[in-house]
Design a protein around this ligand. Structure first.
Ligand code: OFO
Length: 166
């Protein structure tokens, strides 16, 4: 059975994952209406789907452990971006925020002696390591590319290989 404190903290994380899904869906939409960013578009649609899966995993866990997952209202995410560099730096900042939130949750689960939740959260700890790595790699690549159009072409073409670790 979840304590009230843990239930509330997990519901906050449900909100954060849902916000991530919305934020990345908006990024996919922005990328989709720019010329030549088909790879970036697919990348953010996929990220958005994954964040929804992260949210659902939490929803199911809360309900299965005798809590109640409260599906939250969502604020409108950022819709437009001044550049592709800004798009990806927002992506990294967002992932860092989520990692902090997961770390706080892990800390709380130990303080509350909720070892089942602590165990459950390890999946998210590992996921954040991966996502931060991906976001940093993509930001580093964009910094190297600068204003080089052919570099950007290759970035867009190869973006899925970065995420699948190829
Ligand atoms: Fe939910 O994995 Fe990143 O944010």
């Amino acid at each position: 059975m979840l304590s009230k404190t843990i239930q509330e903290a997990l519901n906050n994380q449900i909100l954060m994952e849902a916000e991530s899904s919305q934020a990345y869906l908006a990024m996919a939409c922005w990328a989709e209406i720019q010329p030549g960013l088909e790879g970036v578009t697919d990348f953010f649609y996929l990220q958005s789907d994954e964040e929804r899966q992260h949210m659902l995993k939490l929803v199911r866990f809360v309900n299965e452990r005798g809590g109640f997952a409260a599906i939250p209202a969502l604020p409108q995410p950022m819709l437009t971006f001044p550049s592709i560099g800004k798009l990806f730096s927002e992506f990294l900042q967002h992932e860092l925020k989520v990692s902090n939130s997961i770390n706080d949750l892990v800390h709380l689960s130990l303080a509350e002696k909720d070892y089942a939740t602590h165990n459950f959260l390890q999946w998210y700890v590992n996921e954040q390591i991966e996502e931060e790595r991906t976001a940093r790699t993509l930001n580093d690549k964009l910094e190297m590319i600068g204003d080089d159009r052919s570099g950007l072409y290759l970035f867009d073409r190869d973006i899925m290989n970065v995420t699948t670790g190829k």
